[in-house]
Design a protein around this ligand. Sequence first.
Ligand SMILES: Cc1ncc(COP(=O)(O)O)c(C=O)c1O
Length: 378
Amino acid sequence: MGVTVPYQKTEMASRFDEFLSLDISTPALVVDVPRMDRNIRLMVDRLAALGISCRPHAKTHKSIEIARRQLSAGAIGITVATISEAEVFAAGGIDDIFIAYPVWAAGAKRQRLARLNDTIRLAVGVDSVPAIEHLAAAADMSVRPLRVLVELDSGEHRTGVPDSAGAVAVADAAATAGLEVCGVFTHGGHSYGSRAAARLAAADEVDVLGDAAQALRAAGHAVRVVSGGSTPSSPYAVSESLTELRPGTFVFGDRQQCALGGLGEDDLALVVLSTVVSRAHAGQVVLDAGAKVLSKDLPATVDGYGWLPRYPDAHITRLFDHHAPVTLSAGPEPTLGEVLAIVPNHACAVVNLATELVAVHADGSLEWWPVDAHSRNT
Ligand SMILES: Cc1ncc(COP(=O)(O)O)c(C=O)c1O
C-alpha cells in the first residue's frame, strides 16, 4: 500500500480539489454555485431559443434559494412532486407551481390543496376519473377554480393515460366536475437508458403530447400547457407541440447523467465531501459517507455507489449506514484523514437525505443553504 505516484488531474478532479481544504465537517453536500448557475442559465436560455418555457423540477434541490435562482434566470415557475413540497416553496414566495403527479386528494389533502390554490398559481396532475372526485372536492373548498393537467404515458409506463382517447375521457370528466383543464403533460423517463433512448424518448414526448393536445382541443378544451421533460431527453427537445419542459437533475448533474452522455464532468455542480476514517484492511479505505448520505441508488449505467474523481479506479463497492468501503486498485492511495469528493450516482436521492447544502461561491466564500423541502413527501 501507499504508492506515491501523483495522480493525473482531470479538470474535474482539479475543480473539486479546491473544495477539499475548506473548513467543512464531513460528510457534507457541497454545491459549486457558479457551475450550478451556469447549468440553470444554459437550460433556460436554450429552451427559450426554441420557444419553450422552463419549469424545473425542484425535487432535485428542494431548496428555496435555488428555486429563486432558477426563476431569476427565466424559469416560469417550478415543478414539484408532492403537496408538502408545494407548501414549502409557496411559503418561500414561489407563486407558480405545478404538482406533476397524479394527486390523490383524499382526507386532509383536500383542505391543503385548496389553501395552496388560494395562495399561488397552482396546477396539479391527474390521470384517472376517480381522482377527479377528490380534486373537485378540494376545488369546492377553494375560491378559485383548480387547474389540472392530464398526464399521458409517453413510454415510461409509470403513470399517465395510455392514449389521446383516455386523455379526452379524463379531461371531459374533469371539466364536468368544475376543474379547469389547462393542458397535458408527460415524463419521458424511458430516456434513462442511453443517448439513443433519450433521443427517442424526446420524440415520443412530442408525438404523444401533440396528439393528445389536438384531441383535447377537438373535444373543446382550451389546451394552453403542453409539458414534457426529463434531463436526458431535454437536449433533444423540439418546440413542435411543447410549451414547457420540466428537467430537474440538470441543475447539479450527477454520475448517472454523465454515464448517459447528456452532461459532461465539467457540468457537475454537486459533490459529497467525505473523510477517510479507516485503512484497517489492505486494499480498502473506508469513508464516512454511508447509505444515509449517498443513498443506495445504483443505476444500471454505473458501478459502485459513487465516483471518486481523484481516484478514478477506486470503487465504492459496499455501503453501510455510516461507512463506505472503497476497494482500491493499483496506484496512489488515499491516506487516513484525507478528504475526498464523491460524485453521487443520483443527485436527487442524495439531496433528499440531507438537511443542508454547503454553497461555495465564485470568490470561495461559503453559505449554508437549508434543504427546505427535506422529508416533505406527503
Ligand atoms: C413528472 C416528472 N417530471 C420531471 C422530472 C424531471 O426529470 P429529471 O430528473 O430527469 O430531470 C421527473 C423526474 O423524476 C418527473 O417525475
